[in-house]
Design a binder for this molecule. Structure first.
Ligand code: NAG
Length: 287
């Protein structure tokens, strides 16, 4: 009997303890180490000695924060819990963006929903000031009840968006055939804002202000990125950074299977398949 309990402890509990330690570490980082509030100061609430930040939005303002530094490559990570109940028209965004003209941008955008409907998560890729590369998925869980992990891998070979370590979108470097690829130093951003003109049901579902203030929570303020002040920094392509190593140049077989599953079961919109908008598919869609 006691040896059974022992086996239970080792086999079942130990991996969880190890995993929990991993998560703990990123949750221990305080906000101010890497980030600063950039919008709606009085709508930003600090929780747990600034290891957690809550962005709020009411009729007067939304709010947002950004990294203190800019980066030229990396694996960017945030733990997010998005507004619950009726959040139609309320957009929670976590993204990377460069400064200035012809900007580059990598977006996670939670599009808000009428209570009870599945939450839509949109991703987009901008390169040299050109976006229009939207994809949408329905999440396989309710992102309003708990924190989940959202990650963006960005190296010279591919960009991968991950939800709880499952790849939901891959954007390859096809610059050799003239497709734009983000390469300018970018800042990490997060915001909660009024997107009722477009976000939910294509803009038909408006914000119900009776439910304000809306609240989105963030944790995990560690950053694994190549710090860079210059617009394009060849040093950030170096394989000395672990996220640039060859094993991150494409998905591994397990990741590829997960990605195929997401494409089959959870993608609800893909610009590559929108013949109405793009009678001729954009070049990157052929690869
Ligand atoms: C707005 O939300 C309130 C409170 O949940 C609800 O009673 C009301 O019916 C909602 N209004 C609309 C237009 O959905």
């Amino acid at each position: 009997m006691s040896s059974l309990i022992y086996i239970f402890l080792v086999v079942v509990l130990v991996p969880h303890v190890v995993l929990a330690r991993e998560i703990m570490r990123s949750e221990e980082i305080i906000f101010d180490q890497n980030y600063k509030v950039t919008w709606g100061d009085n709508h930003v609430i600090s929780i747990n000695q600034r290891k957690e930040i809550q962005l709020t939005m009411d009729y007067s303002s939304g709010s947002g924060f950004a990294s203190k530094l800019t980066y030229g490559s990396g694996l960017f990570h945030m733990r997010i819990k998005v507004p619950g109940r009726d959040s139609a028209g309320v957009v929670t965004a976590y993204y990377l963006m460069s400064q200035g003209d012809s900007h580059d941008e990598l977006d996670f955008e939670f599009l808000g929903n009428r209570e009870g409907k599945p939450y839509a998560l949109q991703t987009n890729v901008w390169a040299n000031g050109e976006g229009d590369r939207e994809q949408k998925i329905h999440l396989w869980f309710d992102p309003t009840t708990d924190f989940h992990d959202y990650k963006i891998l960005w190296n010279p070979h591919q960009i991968v968006f991950y939800v709880d370590n499952i790849p939901i979108r891959v954007y390859k470097d096809n610059s050799n055939i003239g497709v734009g690829y983000p390469s300018k130093a970018m800042q990490v951003q997060a915001s909660l804002w009024n997107g009722e003109n477009w976000a939910t049901d294509g803009g038909k579902a408006k914000i119900n202000w009776t439910n304000a203030p809306f609240k989105a929570n963030f944790q995990g303020f560690d950053v694994s990125g190549c710090q860079s002040q210059t617009l394009i920094d060849p040093n950030c392509a170096s394989n000395n950074y672990w996220w640039n190593e060859q094993k991150f140049w494409q998905l591994d077989p397990a990741g590829q299977r997960q990605y195929e599953n997401v494409k089959q079961n959870y993608v609800t919109y893909d610009y590559c398949k929108d013949r109405h908008r793009f009678p001729t598919p954009p070049l990157e869609c052929l690869y």
